[in-house]
Design a binder for this molecule. Structure first.
Ligand SMILES: NC(=O)C1=CN([C@@H]2O[C@H](COP(=O)(O)OP(=O)(O)OC[C@H]3O[C@@H](n4cnc5c(N)ncnc54)[C@H](OP(=O)(O)O)[C@@H]3O)[C@@H](O)[C@H]2O)C=CC1
Length: 320
């Protein structure tokens, strides 16, 4: 069995390559039971969330039981980690042979998650962001932020990456690291002003109160909501939902787990039929993406086990 580190995941993947891998994965599908979602309560701090995310090759759809894989991701999200300088998300990915169950690889799940999450956002943006989108606003300066900047920059002609964060010093660190790679990244000071100028707003925070005020968005903006993963969490307000055509990664996940979707559905601000499409429908050409340059689009992801499976297989094949 291979043990694959974060650095090796970085060697194995490219942003355009993984976007195309995910496009194929969502089009073809996989078996992915609803993920286990457990709260690990403790008396002296915020509860951690333990997620168990299995997926495996759909042999019935593939028509043969050769060549498949089974994968399971174990992830924790511990909000208090930020205060001690650690990322909130930790994880491991185990890839098994699809027929025999033989272990194939144990992969750094944190890094695999960063790659596949950013590339799922970029995949959505390939249908939903304007082709000429050049100004990217990243909200949050955690582990995902630089991956989102790189992934969106791989799919659209980004000329300016603005990074806004609750703690500006952390935004400066991310911007400096991106500049060192040649990306045109700078810290954003005034979030409200930035929202009115961005072509793509990509948000990955642990916020429970909306940071994105929809009234401030300009026509043509694409909003990419990555952070919220419980019904209580929210990164955008109702105005954003009302003004946008709304898309999700998977209908089952987003309508159950994402406060940005669950709360407006509960209040009636968003009707279930107003969720235009998920990534399966977009990649299969069953539903349309952006319809015009003036439209505001909004994509909400909570993550799908088939993304981990597809990314894990891509890493394993590149390195074995
Ligand atoms: N959709 C998906 O598929 C996935 C979603 N996620 C989610 O994305 C989010 C970000 O992940 P990651 O980058 O790894 O996390 P990190 O812990 O590395 O970073 C968290 C970021 O959120 C900011 N933040 C925390 N609390 C607040 C708040 N109350 N208001 C505003 N900003 C806040 C932090 O700011 P500061 O620097 O000031 O502390 C920091 O920028 C998490 O919620 C995670 O669960 C993760 C993986 C996959």
């Amino acid at each position: 069995m291979l043990t694959i580190s974060a650095a090796e995941v970085d060697q194995a993947l490219t942003f355009p390559g993984l976007v195309e891998t995910l496009r194929t994965a969502f089009r073809d599908g996989a078996v992915q039971p609803v993920r286990h979602h457990h709260a690990v309560e403790r008396p002296d701090g915020a509860a951690s969330t333990l997620l168990l995310m299995p997926a495996w090759t759909d042999f019935n759809a593939a028509g043969s039981s050769a060549g498949g894989h089974i994968g399971v991701k174990i992830v924790t999200v511990s909000p208090d980690n930020n205060a001690i300088g650690k990322p909130a998300v930790m994880g491991l990915y185990l890839l098994l042979d699809g027929t025999t169950g033989e272990p194939e690889a144990l992969i750094d799940g944190q890094r695999l998650t960063q790659w596949r999450t950013a590339c799922a956002s970029a995949l959505a943006a390939s249908y939903l962001a304007r082709k000429d989108a050049s100004r990217l606003l990243v909200i949050g300066a955690g582990a995902l932020s630089s991956f989102l900047a790189r992934a969106h920059s791989a799919m659209r002609p980004i000329k300016s990456v603005r990074i806004w964060n609750r703690t500006p010093a952390n935004a400066e660190k991310v911007a400096a690291a991106l500049r060192a790679e040649g990306l045109p990244a700078n810290v954003a000071g005034d979030l409200e002003a930035e929202l009115g100028e961005a072509d793509i707003v990509s948000s990955a925070t642990i916020s429970t109160t909306p940071l994105i005020k929809g009234a401030l968005l300009k026509p043509g903006t694409h909003v990419d909501l990555v952070g919220g993963f419980t019904p209580e969490m929210r990164e955008s307000d109702d105005d954003a939902i009302v003004r946008a055509r709304v898309y999700v990664d998977t209908r089952a996940g987003a309508t159950k787990e994402a406060g940005d979707i669950v709360q407006p559905l509960a209040s009636g601000v968003l009707k279930p039929e107003a969720i235009v499409a998920d990534l399966h429908e977009l990649t299969r050409g069953e539903k349309q993406g952006r319809q015009g340059d003036g439209e505001i689009t909004l994509f909400k992801s909570v993550g799908a086990a088939l993304e981990d499976l597809a990314a894990g297989i891509a890493v394993y094949k590149a390195l074995k």
